[in-house]
Design a protein around this ligand. Structure first.
Ligand code: FMN
Length: 175
């Protein structure tokens, strides 16, 4: 699939069939994440592939924003200790951007592979750390459910006008 087609077809998918995502596809998604930009040459952004139904249930219990029946989650997290020692005072901001870049690569790759996915942010940070066995210097940035969409999602071109972002040329102009 052409990149621009993937951009226009990528929609937040929350309902999935129970068809499992095969390992080759999971590897492709992780590859896409790994090549997203990061603000240093040292990696402080990592992923956890979650396919254990008990772990997914535990995550859903502490996170009502995870509105999904997906049987696969890809969690993107930041090792804040390494981020701070690598990029210093801007670590918090940089690592959030880095995580978003990796997440978007996963969403686009999933679309290109014919899979559905979406972003979810978790607010129950201490609970999610316990469920995933993460130490306190790690921050969970994104949880991405992935699977076969239960029903086709209309491409963004079908729901225009969309993403009404303002664009300025050369300088911001107040309204
Ligand atoms: C930073 C971020 C956090 C999001 N968190 C959630 C979430 O917690 N739960 C959810 O169902 N969708 C979440 N979304 C998905 C958005 O709701 C979705 O992208 C938006 O409704 C636009 O739909 P579309 O992607 O199909 O165009 C999040 C998106 C972003 C960028």
């Amino acid at each position: 699939m052409d990149l621009f087609e993937a951009i226009s077809r990528k929609r937040a998918c929350r309902e999935f069939t129970d068809e499992p995502v095969d390992n080759q596809h999971i590897e492709r998604l992780l590859y896409a994440a790994s090549w997203a930009p990061i603000a240093s040459n040292r990696t402080y952004r990592h992923c956890i592939v979650v396919d254990d139904a008990r772990v997914i249930r535990a995550i859903r219990q502490i996170s009502p924003s995870l509105q999904t029946n997906a049987s696969l989650l890809i969690v993107i997290f930041t090792d804040l200790r390494t981020a701070e020692s690598t990029v210093g005072r801007v670590a918090e901001r940089c690592s959030a951007v880095d995580a978003g870049a990796a997440g978007e690569n996963i969403l686009l790759a999933a679309t290109a592979l014919g899979l559905g996915s979406q972003f979810t942010m978790i607010s129950a940070m201490s609970g999610i750390r316990v469920v995933l066995g993460l130490p306190s210097h790690c921050r969970v940035d994104l949880i991405i459910p992935v699977g076969v969409a239960a029903k086709p999602l209309p491409p963004v071109s079908a729901v225009a006008p969309k993403k009404a972002q303002r664009v300025y040329r050369n300088q911001y102009e107040p309204e």
